[in-house]
Ligand binder design. Structure first.
Ligand SMILES: Cc1cc2nc3c(=O)[nH]c(=O)nc-3n(C[C@H](O)[C@H](O)[C@H](O)COP(=O)(O)OP(=O)(O)OC[C@H]3O[C@@H](n4cnc5c(N)ncnc54)[C@H](O)[C@@H]3O)c2cc1C
Length: 417
């Protein structure tokens, strides 16, 4: 079958990989000059199955309200009358109950845990380095209140089969010796031993090379302008370079996914949540963390990517604006230096922003749509790197009329209809 995949981020490229393995004639279309040039470019690097904490919960709602108007808060909300944002907020609020948060945690974890297994399969097929570390993720807390709440979520995640449990300061120092400077300021530490980290961009580029070897066509510098359909069935796309016909279409355009779907009557509640990252070169003289870390209170994550340290986080609802605001970028860097004063060469720091394709329930949207031949693999929000391999495999299964290896209930577009 001729299948077009729209978007060459980590999600689109892994989807193309599994579709090509199934023997389809696959074309990937992206407006950028290479794969992983938007949100998959410089994200936090964490494959954090244990950190499947939905944004919508009673606790988070209280935090979001307390942050309103504070430009230094982890989340900056810019008021707007954009109907897409208003609809998103409405759905977000509906998910801010204890019961919905528990349901969404299970859904996120189901696809994330599966994804971690699928990564193993990909690694056995594509043997290319991507600065992977398999040493778990350390979560740190300074305030007793947030630590107590985190323990509850850790228990919930552990009950679902992924260990995330408190550890002593001594053990934390064995796992991450460079935390010694900050240790006195911490009141609690939680460790998720099976979590991982790695460079999503490098991984995606490796998969592009593997795809090209088996005949996948990549059309870069090409912008998709319209999805073509006769009202019941998809027939292809129109781009700035002409028409491409295909029997199956996978929308994997990250935060931009809802825009072209609208004209087909498909209202997908995915909204961009802008985040920042700072990357520092690390030399022998520096004392950067070697283990991945999450600072939940400041909403920052840390990953060691070879001889570089990546710190990422914060969230802003500012539409599709990807401008780097110095004050926000500095907030990420100062958070890192507070914990690790000698983390790396700050004179060579590089700054980046990306748009998380966020759904109101933090669960991605995978599989079929009301239009025959049109499939979605999008809306992965904070965990697109973590969920990429598993999402790609299940979407390929669905396109092939194969039953996915995990239960797909609650992971599809139907939940928004
Ligand atoms: C600061 C930050 C930190 C993060 N940290 C982590 C982390 O630690 N772990 C984790 O699991 N996830 C993390 N994420 C989330 C993760 O990066 C995303 O969920 C993931 O990259 C989304 O991948 P994607 O392929 O859907 O989107 P993208 O990578 O954005 O790819 C979409 C592609 O579609 C293309 N496109 C869009 N519109 C068109 C068009 N009209 N025509 C042609 N091409 C088009 C774009 O050029 C782009 O290449 C983080 C995100 C941010 C912002």
């Amino acid at each position: 079958m001729r299948v077009s995949v729209l978007g060459a981020g980590v999600i689109g490229v892994t989807t193309a990989y599994f579709l090509a393995k199934d023997g389809h004639e696959v074309t990937v279309i992206d407006r950028a000059d290479a794969a992983a040039r938007e949100t998959s470019f410089a994200n936090g690097g964490q494959i954090s199955v244990s950190h499947t904490d939905p944004w919508a919960s009673p606790d988070n709602l209280r935090k979001v309200i307390s942050w309103l108007g504070d430009q230094d808060a982890p989340l900056v909300f810019k008021p707007s009358l954009d109907p897409a944002l208003l609809k998103w907020i409405w759905l977000y609020l509906k998910n801010c109950t204890t019961a919905r948060a528990a349901l969404n945690t299970e859904r996120m974890l189901r696809i994330a845990a599966y994804s971690q297994n699928v990564f193993k399969d990909i690694r056995s097929d594509v043997d290319a380095p991507y600065d992977a570390r398999h040493t778990g993720i350390v979560h740190i807390y300074r305030q007793a209140k947030s630590y107590t709440k985190a323990l509850k979520q850790a228990e919930a995640v552990t009950a679902l089969g992924i260990e995330r449990a408190p550890i002593s300061k001594d053990l934390a120092l064995e796992i991450e010796p460079n935390l010694s400077h900050a240790m006195d300021s911490l009141c609690g530490i939680i460790y998720a031993p099976t979590d991982e980290s790695g460079n999503a961009r490098v991984f995606t580029e490796n998969i592009v090379a593997a795809c090209q070897k088996v005949g996948v066509t990549f059309r870069f510098h090409e912008t998709v302008q319209e999805l073509l359909s006769d009202g019941t069935c998809i027939s292809g796309v129109r781009t700035d370079k002409g028409e491409i016909t295909s029997e199956r279409l996978v929308v994997a355009m990250g935060s931009y996914s809802p825009l072209l779907l609208r004209s087909l009557g498909i209202k997908l509640p995915v909204y961009p949540a802008k985040g920042y990252s700072v990357t520092l070169p690390v030399e022998d003289k520096h004392l950067a963390p070697i283990t991945a870390l999450i600072d939940d209170e400041k909403k920052l994550v840390y990953s060691r990517l070879g001889n570089r340290l990546r710190i990422a986080g914060l969230a802003e609802t500012v539409g599709y604006d990807t401008k780097i605001h110095d004050a926000r970028a500095r907030l990420v860097l100062s958070g890192a230096l507070e914990l690790f004063p000698n983390a790396g060469d700050i004179s060579q720091a590089t700054y980046w922003t990306g748009l998380r394709p966020q759904t109101p329930d933090s669960v991605p949207v995978l599989g079929a749509t009301p239009l025959k031949g049109l499939y979605l693999n999008t809306g992965h929000g904070t965990l697109g790197w973590t969920m990429s391999a598993g999402s790609a495999r299940v979407v390929a299964d669905i396109i092939n009329d194969r039953t996915p290896e995990i239960n797909m209930s609650g992971l599809g577009f139907n939940r928004f209809r």
